[in-house]
Design a protein around this ligand. Sequence first.
Ligand code: COD
Ligand code: ATP
Length: 199
Amino acid sequence: METQKKRIIGITGGVGAGKSTVLALLREKFGADVFLADTCAHELMEPGTRGLEQVVQALGGSFLAPDGSVDKKALAQRIFHDKEALRTMNAIIHPLVWETLGKRAEASGRSLAVIEAAVFDTAPDGLFDEIWYVYADPECRIRRLMESRGYSREKCERIIESQSSEEEYRARCSRVIDNSGSSLETEKQLKEILCHEIC
Ligand SMILES: CC(C)(COP(=O)(O)OP(=O)(O)OC[C@H]1O[C@@H](n2cnc3c(N)ncnc32)[C@H](O)[C@@H]1O)[C@@H](O)C(=O)NCCC(=O)NCCS
Ligand SMILES: Nc1ncnc2c1ncn2[C@@H]1O[C@H](COP(=O)(O)OP(=O)(O)OP(=O)(O)O)[C@@H](O)[C@H]1O
């Protein structure tokens, strides 16, 4: 029996665009093995790691909790208000994230491995077969985030402002998944791609 070629797909998009929703569909309906860059970045910034030591050397320790772990709220406050700090942290942590997740995806026993990340600028060429951009129009994202996570409009706008622009995402990605409609409509797009376009 012919074994299916392994595909590694990157998934990205702005805050609240629906990346987690798309990942859940890929896992549940299409059998994908899913890896999260943010979770991996947290592992690489646990107390005592070289990653955290380097980030603290570069940015200071204002976002550390008394026990030495990262206080996520304080880190978000820092990096989403200061683009230079965000770039510095990304430049330290992201290469380690790609190395770690690249190995995990290659080792996956599934034919479809999906890596979700906020940014792919630092990703090495050749790691991904394709990178997909999950899109939903900004007002739809803000409404969903306010309703589901209790974010304020100001918080949504500040995070959106700190992230890549629509044009940058589209330029980096080979496909767009439009998640402005129902999740069923999103699932249909995934099915079309996975069952008819790149099978
Ligand atoms: C900043 C943190 C504490 C915010 O956590 P919080 O739970 O409040 O929000 P959440 O994780 O949902 O992030 C909000 C939005 O910001 C995006 N985001 C997170 N980190 C980054 C980053 N380094 N660069 C750009 N966007 C980012 C997320 O994708 C999401 O769209 C957390 O995201 C974090 O620890 N980020 C640093 C690690 C990292 O680089 N992760 C992304 C790997 S690609
Ligand atoms: N097609 C959809 N229809 C209705 N609600 C949706 C749809 N897609 C996502 N949502 C809701 O919008 C919110 C944001 O979606 P989701 O968490 O998937 O975004 P995300 O891109 O993963 O966010 P983040 O960037 O913060 O990680 C969630 O509450 C989710 O349930």
